[in-house]
Design a protein around this ligand. Structure first.
Ligand code: FES
Ligand SMILES: [Fe+2]
Length: 470
Protein backbone atom coordinates (compact mmCIF):
# COMPACT_ATOMS: atom_id res chain seq x y z
CA UNK A 1 0.00 0.00 0.00
CA UNK A 2 1.38 3.41 -0.91
CA UNK A 3 2.53 5.72 1.86
CA UNK A 4 0.04 8.36 0.79
CA UNK A 5 -2.76 5.82 1.19
CA UNK A 6 -1.59 4.67 4.63
CA UNK A 7 -1.42 8.26 5.85
CA UNK A 8 -4.84 8.98 4.40
CA UNK A 9 -6.41 6.02 6.22
CA UNK A 10 -4.77 6.95 9.52
CA UNK A 11 -6.05 10.53 9.17
CA UNK A 12 -9.57 9.40 8.30
CA UNK A 13 -9.69 7.01 11.26
CA UNK A 14 -8.66 9.81 13.57
CA UNK A 15 -11.16 12.26 12.14
CA UNK A 16 -14.26 10.05 12.36
CA UNK A 17 -13.57 8.69 15.84
CA UNK A 18 -16.42 9.26 18.31
CA UNK A 19 -18.97 10.30 15.73
CA UNK A 20 -22.42 8.70 15.61
CA UNK A 21 -24.81 9.16 12.69
CA UNK A 22 -28.23 10.55 13.60
CA UNK A 23 -30.83 7.77 13.50
CA UNK A 24 -33.93 7.89 11.35
CA UNK A 25 -36.02 8.56 14.44
CA UNK A 26 -38.42 10.09 15.13
CA UNK A 27 -40.27 8.92 12.06
CA UNK A 28 -42.36 11.64 10.52
CA UNK A 29 -44.58 11.60 7.52
CA UNK A 30 -43.08 13.28 4.53
CA UNK A 31 -44.27 16.83 3.85
CA UNK A 32 -44.26 15.89 0.21
CA UNK A 33 -42.91 17.57 -2.89
CA UNK A 34 -46.08 17.91 -4.91
CA UNK A 35 -48.34 15.42 -6.58
CA UNK A 36 -47.85 16.02 -10.29
CA UNK A 37 -47.09 13.14 -12.62
CA UNK A 38 -43.57 12.53 -13.88
CA UNK A 39 -43.44 12.49 -17.66
CA UNK A 40 -41.71 9.85 -19.77
CA UNK A 41 -39.86 12.18 -22.14
CA UNK A 42 -36.90 12.60 -19.80
CA UNK A 43 -36.08 8.91 -20.21
CA UNK A 44 -36.21 9.02 -23.99
CA UNK A 45 -35.01 12.28 -25.42
CA UNK A 46 -31.58 13.09 -26.84
CA UNK A 47 -32.15 16.70 -25.91
CA UNK A 48 -32.74 15.86 -22.25
CA UNK A 49 -29.69 13.60 -22.34
CA UNK A 50 -27.58 16.47 -23.70
CA UNK A 51 -28.87 18.84 -21.00
CA UNK A 52 -27.97 16.27 -18.33
CA UNK A 53 -24.48 16.04 -19.76
CA UNK A 54 -23.92 19.76 -19.76
CA UNK A 55 -25.38 20.57 -16.38
CA UNK A 56 -25.01 17.39 -14.30
CA UNK A 57 -22.40 14.89 -15.51
CA UNK A 58 -19.77 17.54 -16.20
CA UNK A 59 -20.39 19.29 -12.85
CA UNK A 60 -20.90 16.63 -10.19
CA UNK A 61 -18.60 14.35 -8.22
CA UNK A 62 -18.26 10.87 -9.64
CA UNK A 63 -16.97 7.78 -7.88
CA UNK A 64 -14.14 5.97 -9.69
CA UNK A 65 -12.59 3.07 -7.79
CA UNK A 66 -10.90 2.17 -4.52
CA UNK A 67 -7.80 4.19 -3.72
CA UNK A 68 -5.97 1.02 -2.66
CA UNK A 69 -6.11 -0.11 -6.29
CA UNK A 70 -3.28 2.38 -6.82
CA UNK A 71 -0.54 0.34 -5.24
CA UNK A 72 2.60 1.94 -6.65
CA UNK A 73 3.74 4.74 -8.98
CA UNK A 74 2.37 4.06 -12.45
CA UNK A 75 -0.75 2.21 -11.20
CA UNK A 76 -3.53 3.36 -13.48
CA UNK A 77 -7.25 2.91 -13.93
CA UNK A 78 -9.38 3.93 -16.92
CA UNK A 79 -12.98 4.92 -16.28
CA UNK A 80 -15.66 5.84 -18.77
CA UNK A 81 -18.56 8.20 -18.30
CA UNK A 82 -20.89 8.93 -21.20
CA UNK A 83 -18.84 9.92 -24.22
CA UNK A 84 -15.67 10.49 -22.18
CA UNK A 85 -12.86 8.25 -21.05
CA UNK A 86 -10.63 9.23 -18.11
CA UNK A 87 -7.22 8.03 -17.04
CA UNK A 88 -6.37 7.99 -13.33
CA UNK A 89 -2.78 7.31 -12.48
CA UNK A 90 -0.38 7.49 -9.55
CA UNK A 91 2.70 9.55 -10.47
CA UNK A 92 6.23 8.82 -9.34
CA UNK A 93 5.61 11.32 -6.53
CA UNK A 94 2.82 9.08 -5.07
CA UNK A 95 0.03 11.46 -6.09
CA UNK A 96 -3.06 10.16 -7.86
CA UNK A 97 -4.16 12.44 -10.72
CA UNK A 98 -6.94 12.31 -13.28
CA UNK A 99 -6.89 13.20 -17.00
CA UNK A 100 -9.04 13.03 -20.08
CA UNK A 101 -7.80 9.89 -21.79
CA UNK A 102 -7.26 11.60 -25.13
CA UNK A 103 -4.13 11.78 -27.25
CA UNK A 104 -3.22 15.39 -27.93
CA UNK A 105 -2.05 14.61 -31.48
CA UNK A 106 -5.19 13.57 -33.33
CA UNK A 107 -7.51 12.67 -30.50
CA UNK A 108 -7.10 8.92 -30.32
CA UNK A 109 -8.04 7.26 -27.04
CA UNK A 110 -4.65 7.16 -25.38
CA UNK A 111 -4.73 4.31 -22.88
CA UNK A 112 -6.72 1.38 -24.15
CA UNK A 113 -6.29 -0.99 -21.18
CA UNK A 114 -8.54 -0.74 -18.13
CA UNK A 115 -5.84 -1.00 -15.47
CA UNK A 116 -2.20 -1.86 -14.90
CA UNK A 117 1.13 -0.24 -14.08
CA UNK A 118 2.97 1.98 -16.58
CA UNK A 119 5.48 4.76 -16.29
CA UNK A 120 4.81 5.93 -19.85
CA UNK A 121 1.56 6.07 -21.80
CA UNK A 122 2.15 5.66 -25.53
CA UNK A 123 -0.52 6.36 -28.10
CA UNK A 124 -0.76 3.31 -30.37
CA UNK A 125 -1.40 5.45 -33.49
CA UNK A 126 1.78 7.51 -33.98
CA UNK A 127 3.63 6.88 -30.74
CA UNK A 128 3.35 10.17 -28.85
CA UNK A 129 4.13 9.60 -25.17
CA UNK A 130 3.09 10.94 -21.78
CA UNK A 131 4.58 10.47 -18.30
CA UNK A 132 2.52 9.11 -15.43
CA UNK A 133 1.99 12.64 -14.10
CA UNK A 134 0.27 13.65 -17.34
CA UNK A 135 3.15 15.67 -18.72
CA UNK A 136 4.26 15.22 -22.32
CA UNK A 137 7.24 12.88 -22.65
CA UNK A 138 7.87 12.86 -26.37
CA UNK A 139 6.44 13.67 -29.76
CA UNK A 140 7.35 11.28 -32.56
CA UNK A 141 9.49 13.06 -35.19
CA UNK A 142 8.71 16.63 -34.07
CA UNK A 143 10.66 17.96 -37.08
CA UNK A 144 7.62 17.13 -39.24
CA UNK A 145 5.57 19.76 -37.40
CA UNK A 146 6.15 23.33 -38.52
CA UNK A 147 4.10 24.31 -35.46
CA UNK A 148 7.05 23.14 -33.34
CA UNK A 149 9.77 25.12 -35.11
CA UNK A 150 10.24 27.15 -31.94
CA UNK A 151 10.28 24.00 -29.74
CA UNK A 152 7.60 21.51 -28.68
CA UNK A 153 5.10 23.32 -26.40
CA UNK A 154 5.16 20.65 -23.68
CA UNK A 155 2.90 22.65 -21.36
CA UNK A 156 0.15 22.96 -23.94
CA UNK A 157 0.41 19.28 -24.86
CA UNK A 158 0.07 17.85 -21.33
CA UNK A 159 -3.03 15.70 -20.78
CA UNK A 160 -6.05 17.84 -19.79
CA UNK A 161 -6.76 17.34 -16.10
CA UNK A 162 -9.89 16.60 -14.11
CA UNK A 163 -10.23 17.31 -10.42
CA UNK A 164 -9.73 14.34 -8.07
CA UNK A 165 -10.53 13.91 -4.40
CA UNK A 166 -10.79 11.09 -1.87
CA UNK A 167 -13.54 10.04 0.47
CA UNK A 168 -14.23 6.75 2.23
CA UNK A 169 -11.32 4.96 0.62
CA UNK A 170 -12.72 5.79 -2.81
CA UNK A 171 -11.26 7.95 -5.54
CA UNK A 172 -13.72 10.51 -6.93
CA UNK A 173 -13.42 12.93 -9.81
CA UNK A 174 -15.16 15.98 -11.17
CA UNK A 175 -14.79 17.49 -14.64
CA UNK A 176 -15.46 20.89 -13.09
CA UNK A 177 -12.10 22.15 -11.88
CA UNK A 178 -13.81 24.77 -9.73
CA UNK A 179 -15.95 22.25 -7.86
CA UNK A 180 -16.03 22.19 -4.05
CA UNK A 181 -14.35 19.25 -2.26
CA UNK A 182 -16.12 15.90 -2.38
CA UNK A 183 -16.62 16.07 1.39
CA UNK A 184 -18.41 19.41 1.08
CA UNK A 185 -20.40 18.03 -1.82
CA UNK A 186 -21.62 15.04 0.18
CA UNK A 187 -22.31 17.35 3.11
CA UNK A 188 -23.80 16.27 6.45
CA UNK A 189 -25.39 13.21 4.97
CA UNK A 190 -21.98 12.00 3.82
CA UNK A 191 -20.68 12.46 7.34
CA UNK A 192 -23.25 9.89 8.54
CA UNK A 193 -21.49 7.18 6.63
CA UNK A 194 -18.08 7.94 8.07
CA UNK A 195 -18.98 5.78 11.07
CA UNK A 196 -18.61 2.72 8.83
CA UNK A 197 -14.93 3.55 8.31
CA UNK A 198 -15.09 2.71 4.60
CA UNK A 199 -11.42 3.57 4.28
CA UNK A 200 -10.67 0.21 5.95
CA UNK A 201 -12.98 -1.84 3.72
CA UNK A 202 -12.01 -4.07 0.83
CA UNK A 203 -13.53 -4.29 -2.60
CA UNK A 204 -14.50 -7.93 -3.16
CA UNK A 205 -16.06 -7.82 -6.63
CA UNK A 206 -16.88 -5.21 -9.27
CA UNK A 207 -19.07 -6.01 -12.26
CA UNK A 208 -20.86 -3.87 -14.84
CA UNK A 209 -24.16 -4.63 -16.54
CA UNK A 210 -25.29 -2.91 -19.71
CA UNK A 211 -29.00 -2.39 -19.25
CA UNK A 212 -31.48 -1.58 -21.99
CA UNK A 213 -33.04 1.38 -20.24
CA UNK A 214 -32.26 4.97 -19.35
CA UNK A 215 -29.90 5.40 -16.37
CA UNK A 216 -32.68 7.12 -14.38
CA UNK A 217 -34.84 3.98 -14.52
CA UNK A 218 -31.99 2.21 -12.75
CA UNK A 219 -31.67 4.92 -10.08
CA UNK A 220 -35.44 4.92 -9.61
CA UNK A 221 -35.53 1.14 -9.28
CA UNK A 222 -33.16 1.10 -6.33
CA UNK A 223 -34.37 4.23 -4.56
CA UNK A 224 -37.64 2.88 -3.25
CA UNK A 225 -38.69 -0.26 -1.43
CA UNK A 226 -42.39 -0.05 -2.34
CA UNK A 227 -41.68 -2.70 -4.99
CA UNK A 228 -40.37 -5.32 -2.54
CA UNK A 229 -43.69 -7.07 -1.89
CA UNK A 230 -44.50 -7.56 -5.59
CA UNK A 231 -41.06 -7.92 -7.19
CA UNK A 232 -39.01 -9.44 -4.37
CA UNK A 233 -41.24 -11.82 -2.38
CA UNK A 234 -38.10 -13.28 -0.79
CA UNK A 235 -36.88 -9.95 0.57
CA UNK A 236 -39.92 -9.36 2.77
CA UNK A 237 -39.27 -12.72 4.45
CA UNK A 238 -36.07 -11.46 6.06
CA UNK A 239 -36.45 -7.70 6.03
CA UNK A 240 -38.92 -4.84 5.92
CA UNK A 241 -39.43 -2.77 2.82
CA UNK A 242 -42.98 -1.65 3.56
CA UNK A 243 -43.58 1.89 4.81
CA UNK A 244 -39.96 2.54 5.66
CA UNK A 245 -38.30 5.77 6.84
CA UNK A 246 -37.00 8.04 4.10
CA UNK A 247 -35.16 11.34 4.37
CA UNK A 248 -34.30 13.90 1.74
CA UNK A 249 -31.17 15.83 2.49
CA UNK A 250 -30.14 18.64 0.17
CA UNK A 251 -29.57 17.06 -3.22
CA UNK A 252 -29.02 13.60 -1.68
CA UNK A 253 -31.35 11.20 0.12
CA UNK A 254 -31.47 8.10 2.27
CA UNK A 255 -33.80 5.31 3.34
CA UNK A 256 -33.71 2.62 5.97
CA UNK A 257 -34.31 -1.01 5.02
CA UNK A 258 -34.72 -3.19 8.06
CA UNK A 259 -32.80 -6.46 8.23
CA UNK A 260 -33.46 -9.54 10.35
CA UNK A 261 -37.16 -9.00 10.66
CA UNK A 262 -40.25 -10.08 8.69
CA UNK A 263 -42.32 -7.54 6.84
CA UNK A 264 -45.62 -6.52 8.33
CA UNK A 265 -47.31 -7.54 5.07
CA UNK A 266 -46.41 -11.21 5.67
CA UNK A 267 -48.89 -13.36 7.65
CA UNK A 268 -46.50 -15.60 9.53
CA UNK A 269 -43.91 -13.34 11.05
CA UNK A 270 -42.69 -15.71 13.74
CA UNK A 271 -41.45 -19.00 12.30
CA UNK A 272 -37.81 -19.45 11.39
CA UNK A 273 -38.12 -20.91 7.90
CA UNK A 274 -35.11 -22.17 6.01
CA UNK A 275 -34.84 -18.91 4.04
CA UNK A 276 -35.17 -16.77 7.14
CA UNK A 277 -32.55 -18.82 8.98
CA UNK A 278 -30.18 -18.48 6.04
CA UNK A 279 -30.63 -14.74 5.61
CA UNK A 280 -30.96 -13.71 9.25
CA UNK A 281 -27.99 -15.57 10.65
CA UNK A 282 -26.19 -13.05 12.76
CA UNK A 283 -23.63 -12.80 15.46
CA UNK A 284 -26.24 -13.17 18.18
CA UNK A 285 -27.52 -16.43 16.70
CA UNK A 286 -24.09 -17.79 16.01
CA UNK A 287 -23.00 -17.07 19.54
CA UNK A 288 -25.99 -18.29 21.51
CA UNK A 289 -27.54 -20.72 19.07
CA UNK A 290 -30.84 -19.25 20.24
CA UNK A 291 -33.81 -19.87 18.00
CA UNK A 292 -36.56 -19.02 20.49
CA UNK A 293 -37.00 -15.47 19.23
CA UNK A 294 -39.81 -14.71 16.79
CA UNK A 295 -38.31 -14.11 13.35
CA UNK A 296 -39.68 -10.57 13.21
CA UNK A 297 -37.80 -9.70 16.43
CA UNK A 298 -34.46 -11.18 15.53
CA UNK A 299 -33.01 -7.73 14.80
CA UNK A 300 -33.74 -6.56 18.34
CA UNK A 301 -31.76 -9.43 19.84
CA UNK A 302 -28.99 -8.83 17.37
CA UNK A 303 -28.77 -5.14 18.28
CA UNK A 304 -28.68 -6.01 21.98
CA UNK A 305 -25.96 -8.54 21.40
CA UNK A 306 -23.85 -6.25 19.22
CA UNK A 307 -24.09 -3.46 21.75
CA UNK A 308 -22.90 -5.86 24.46
CA UNK A 309 -19.72 -6.71 22.55
CA UNK A 310 -18.93 -3.27 21.19
CA UNK A 311 -15.69 -3.07 23.17
CA UNK A 312 -14.45 -6.42 21.90
CA UNK A 313 -14.80 -6.13 18.16
CA UNK A 314 -12.93 -4.40 15.37
CA UNK A 315 -16.31 -3.56 13.80
CA UNK A 316 -17.19 0.06 14.58
CA UNK A 317 -20.30 -0.76 16.65
CA UNK A 318 -19.25 1.78 19.24
CA UNK A 319 -19.47 4.66 16.78
CA UNK A 320 -22.85 3.57 15.43
CA UNK A 321 -26.43 4.17 16.41
CA UNK A 322 -28.59 1.09 17.03
CA UNK A 323 -30.08 1.11 13.53
CA UNK A 324 -26.67 1.01 11.93
CA UNK A 325 -25.69 -2.06 13.94
CA UNK A 326 -28.01 -4.30 11.94
CA UNK A 327 -30.09 -2.49 9.36
CA UNK A 328 -29.37 -1.32 5.86
CA UNK A 329 -28.49 2.36 5.60
CA UNK A 330 -29.21 3.10 1.94
CA UNK A 331 -27.80 6.44 0.80
CA UNK A 332 -27.89 7.88 -2.70
CA UNK A 333 -25.58 10.74 -3.56
CA UNK A 334 -26.71 12.81 -6.49
CA UNK A 335 -26.61 11.97 -9.25
CA UNK A 336 -25.51 8.35 -9.47
CA UNK A 337 -23.88 6.71 -6.47
CA UNK A 338 -25.60 4.56 -3.85
CA UNK A 339 -24.04 3.12 -0.71
CA UNK A 340 -26.05 0.42 1.07
CA UNK A 341 -24.48 -1.49 3.93
CA UNK A 342 -24.35 -2.97 7.40
CA UNK A 343 -21.22 -2.68 9.59
CA UNK A 344 -19.59 -5.73 8.03
CA UNK A 345 -20.39 -5.36 4.37
CA UNK A 346 -22.60 -4.10 1.62
CA UNK A 347 -22.71 -2.82 -1.91
CA UNK A 348 -22.07 0.34 -3.86
CA UNK A 349 -24.13 0.98 -6.97
CA UNK A 350 -23.10 3.40 -9.69
CA UNK A 351 -25.34 4.29 -12.61
CA UNK A 352 -23.77 5.65 -15.79
CA UNK A 353 -25.36 6.99 -18.95
CA UNK A 354 -24.54 5.45 -22.32
CA UNK A 355 -22.35 7.55 -24.63
CA UNK A 356 -25.08 8.20 -27.21
CA UNK A 357 -28.25 6.22 -26.50
CA UNK A 358 -30.74 7.40 -23.85
CA UNK A 359 -32.27 3.92 -23.91
CA UNK A 360 -29.12 2.26 -22.53
CA UNK A 361 -27.11 2.59 -19.35
CA UNK A 362 -24.40 0.93 -17.30
CA UNK A 363 -25.15 -0.40 -13.87
CA UNK A 364 -21.97 -0.92 -11.85
CA UNK A 365 -22.16 -3.18 -8.84
CA UNK A 366 -19.38 -3.16 -6.24
CA UNK A 367 -19.44 -5.70 -3.42
CA UNK A 368 -17.55 -4.44 -0.39
CA UNK A 369 -16.63 -5.96 2.95
CA UNK A 370 -15.13 -4.79 6.20
CA UNK A 371 -12.43 -7.30 7.16
CA UNK A 372 -10.41 -7.46 10.35
CA UNK A 373 -7.47 -5.06 10.30
CA UNK A 374 -4.41 -6.64 8.74
CA UNK A 375 -6.39 -8.99 6.51
CA UNK A 376 -4.57 -9.15 3.18
CA UNK A 377 -6.59 -8.17 0.13
CA UNK A 378 -7.77 -11.17 -1.83
CA UNK A 379 -7.62 -11.27 -5.60
CA UNK A 380 -10.86 -10.09 -7.20
CA UNK A 381 -12.59 -11.79 -10.09
CA UNK A 382 -11.86 -9.87 -13.30
CA UNK A 383 -14.13 -6.92 -13.98
CA UNK A 384 -16.65 -7.84 -16.66
CA UNK A 385 -19.03 -5.69 -18.71
CA UNK A 386 -22.07 -7.90 -19.22
CA UNK A 387 -24.27 -6.93 -22.13
CA UNK A 388 -28.00 -7.38 -21.80
CA UNK A 389 -28.15 -10.30 -24.24
CA UNK A 390 -25.00 -11.95 -22.99
CA UNK A 391 -25.53 -11.80 -19.24
CA UNK A 392 -24.98 -15.38 -18.03
CA UNK A 393 -27.13 -14.67 -14.96
CA UNK A 394 -26.34 -12.65 -11.86
CA UNK A 395 -25.74 -15.70 -9.65
CA UNK A 396 -23.17 -16.95 -12.17
CA UNK A 397 -21.47 -13.56 -12.49
CA UNK A 398 -21.23 -13.27 -8.71
CA UNK A 399 -20.47 -16.92 -8.02
CA UNK A 400 -18.62 -17.03 -4.71
CA UNK A 401 -18.84 -13.29 -4.00
CA UNK A 402 -22.56 -12.65 -3.47
CA UNK A 403 -25.35 -14.65 -1.85
CA UNK A 404 -27.42 -16.36 -4.58
CA UNK A 405 -30.66 -15.21 -2.89
CA UNK A 406 -29.55 -11.60 -3.30
CA UNK A 407 -28.20 -12.23 -6.81
CA UNK A 408 -31.72 -13.33 -7.68
CA UNK A 409 -33.08 -10.09 -6.21
CA UNK A 410 -30.73 -8.18 -8.50
CA UNK A 411 -31.99 -10.15 -11.48
CA UNK A 412 -35.53 -9.15 -10.54
CA UNK A 413 -34.51 -5.49 -10.35
CA UNK A 414 -32.80 -5.65 -13.75
CA UNK A 415 -35.78 -7.37 -15.34
CA UNK A 416 -37.83 -4.16 -15.53
CA UNK A 417 -35.37 -2.04 -17.51
CA UNK A 418 -36.50 -3.00 -21.01
CA UNK A 419 -40.19 -2.93 -20.13
CA UNK A 420 -39.96 0.43 -18.33
CA UNK A 421 -38.11 2.00 -21.24
CA UNK A 422 -40.77 0.72 -23.64
CA UNK A 423 -43.73 1.58 -21.41
CA UNK A 424 -42.90 5.24 -20.78
CA UNK A 425 -42.55 5.73 -24.56
CA UNK A 426 -46.18 4.78 -25.15
CA UNK A 427 -48.45 7.52 -26.53
CA UNK A 428 -50.96 6.44 -23.91
CA UNK A 429 -48.63 7.02 -20.97
CA UNK A 430 -49.82 9.95 -18.88
CA UNK A 431 -46.79 10.12 -16.57
CA UNK A 432 -45.78 8.34 -13.38
CA UNK A 433 -47.88 8.55 -10.24
CA UNK A 434 -45.46 8.62 -7.34
CA UNK A 435 -46.40 7.63 -3.79
CA UNK A 436 -44.87 8.90 -0.54
CA UNK A 437 -42.77 5.74 -0.48
CA UNK A 438 -41.38 6.86 -3.84
CA UNK A 439 -40.58 10.39 -2.73
CA UNK A 440 -36.86 9.86 -3.31
CA UNK A 441 -37.71 9.55 -7.01
CA UNK A 442 -39.67 12.80 -7.00
CA UNK A 443 -36.81 14.48 -5.16
CA UNK A 444 -34.20 13.03 -7.56
CA UNK A 445 -36.06 14.20 -10.66
CA UNK A 446 -36.72 17.64 -9.16
CA UNK A 447 -33.00 17.90 -8.43
CA UNK A 448 -32.23 17.01 -12.04
CA UNK A 449 -34.67 19.68 -13.22
CA UNK A 450 -33.06 22.21 -10.89
CA UNK A 451 -29.59 21.45 -12.24
CA UNK A 452 -30.83 21.74 -15.81
CA UNK A 453 -32.64 25.02 -15.16
CA UNK A 454 -29.58 26.40 -13.36
CA UNK A 455 -31.40 26.83 -10.03
CA UNK A 456 -28.73 24.56 -8.48
CA UNK A 457 -25.17 23.97 -9.58
CA UNK A 458 -21.91 22.84 -8.10
CA UNK A 459 -21.22 26.41 -7.07
CA UNK A 460 -24.63 27.14 -5.65
CA UNK A 461 -25.74 23.96 -3.95
CA UNK A 462 -28.95 24.18 -2.04
CA UNK A 463 -28.63 24.56 1.69
CA UNK A 464 -28.62 21.19 3.43
CA UNK A 465 -32.11 21.70 4.74
CA UNK A 466 -33.66 22.28 1.33
CA UNK A 467 -35.98 19.35 0.65
CA UNK A 468 -35.20 18.17 4.17
CA UNK A 469 -38.20 16.20 5.23
CA UNK A 470 -37.98 15.90 8.95
S1 FES B 1 -3.33 10.11 -32.58
FE1 FES B 1 -2.06 9.66 -30.92
S2 FES B 1 -0.07 9.77 -31.68
FE2 FES B 1 -1.31 10.24 -33.35
FE1 LIG C 1 -35.35 -4.06 -5.89
Amino acid sequence: MALVEREFIARENQRVADFKAPPFLPRVKSKGLGLERLGGERYLSQEFMRAEWETIWTKTWQLVTRTDDFEEPGSFFVHELGKESFLFVMGDDGQIRGFYNVCQHRGNRLCQAESGILDTFTCPFHGWQWNNDGSLKSVAAPEFFRQFDGGVPAQELGLPVVKVDFWGGWLWFNMDLEACSVKDYLGDIGTHLETYKFQNWHLIDYQTFEWEGNWKHAVDAFNESYHFAALHPDMIEFGEGHDIPIELWGIHSRMLNYNRTVSEVVDDRDSMTELRTHMMSGRFQQKSGERAVAAKDMHLKEIEYRRSIEDQTYLPFKDMNDEQLVHQYHYTFFPNTTFTQTPEGGAVFRYRPHATDPAKCYYDFFIVGHPEPGTPRTERPPHGVHKHDENPGYATVFDGTFDPVLANVLAQDGSNMVSMQAGVASDSFKGMLLSDQEIRLRHFHKTIDDFISGAIGTHKLLPQDHYLDR
